[in-house]
Design a protein around this ligand. Structure first.
Ligand SMILES: Nc1ncnc2c1ncn2[C@@H]1O[C@H](COP(=O)(O)OP(=O)(O)OP(=O)(O)O)[C@@H](O)[C@H]1O
Ligand SMILES: [Mg+2]
Length: 247
């Protein structure tokens, strides 16, 4: 589904990704762990097409298309979703407006009929309910004044509404309380565990992986994948640290 080959990317002329190769097949969940500053978020931004992240080599194929050739909105319409480590606040635009516009522009790009206001509200309420988010929060400006954990939960509501094929979730577990971690973990499984979908889960901790069981765990260090294993690798890392396990 997603094939990254020898990817090189730089920010402000500084090389960050240095020959990263990774294949994710449909139906799989891959966890990416790695030291601070290794390039994990950079990988997410490059896949999403964030300006300023310049690809200097390598290829990325998504569902048979050259992903790097597509502008960001076409990547989203093709089914790519990016959950941010630091979700952005959008003052003046309500969650409902933002999500409805996002969903309908993606639907239009796929030649699907846009949802009416009533149809959309029904969907949004159901997704908020599934993530135990107060539906009142749908009326508030996107993420403005949301607590850290509320922002993360809101991102999962967005994911539930957009129903992507492939999600890159960057530290979705950070800042979540114990109950929220379970709710978000269950949400990821509910929305994304399907034979035709896949997930790249960037995390520092084992605890999310207790809920969202990865098929593969990778270590990203110094801009490339330095080690790949099964779920046991996450336990090994937690016990021993990166220096021991993936030096
Ligand atoms: N705009 C920028 N200008 C300069 N350096 C940058 C910029 N963006 C990222 N970097 C650098 O790129 C490196 C990789 O950053 P990245 O955010 O991808 O790390 P990460 O693996 O996600 O780390 P963390 O675990 O702390 O989230 C860091 O050294 C960071 O300082
Ligand atoms: Mg990061």
């Amino acid at each position: 589904m997603l094939q990254i080959t020898n990817l090189h990317a730089e920010v402000d002329g500084k090389p960050i990704l240095k020959g990263l190769t990774l294949t994710v097949n449909a139906g799989e969940v891959h966890a990416i762990m790695g030291p601070n500053g290794a390039g994990k978020s950079t990988l997410g931004y490059v896949l999403g097409g964030r300006p300023g992240y310049e690809v200097t080599g390598g290829t990325v194929t998504f569902a048979g298309q050259d992903l790097l050739d597509l502008p960001p909105h076409e990547r989203a319409a093709a089914g790519l979703f990016l959950g941010f480590q630091y979700p952005v606040e959008i003052p003046g635009v309500s969650n409902v407006q933002f999500l409805r516009e996002s969903l309908n522009s993606q639907r239009r790009a796929r030649d699907e009929a846009p949802l009416s206001g009533a149809e959309f509200l029904k969907l949004a309420r159901a997704q908020a309910g599934a993530l135990e988010m107060d539906a009142e929060m749908l009326k508030r400006p996107v993420n403005v004044g949301f607590s850290g954990g509320e922002k993360k939960r809101n991102e999962m509501v967005q994911m539930g509404i957009l129903n992507p094929k492939f999600a890159v979730l960057d530290e979705t577990d950070s800042g979540l309380d114990i109950d929220a971690l379970r709710i978000v973990g269950d949400g990821i499984n509910r929305i994304m565990r399907a034979p035709d979908k896949a997930v790249l889960l960037i995390t520092h901790y084992q605890r999310l992986l207790d809920y969202v069981k990865p098929d593969f765990v990778h270590v990203l260090a110094d801009g490339r994948i330095t080690r790949t294993g099964g779920p046991e690798l996450a336990h090994e890392l937690e016990a021993q640290g990166y220096a021991q396990v993936a030096a």
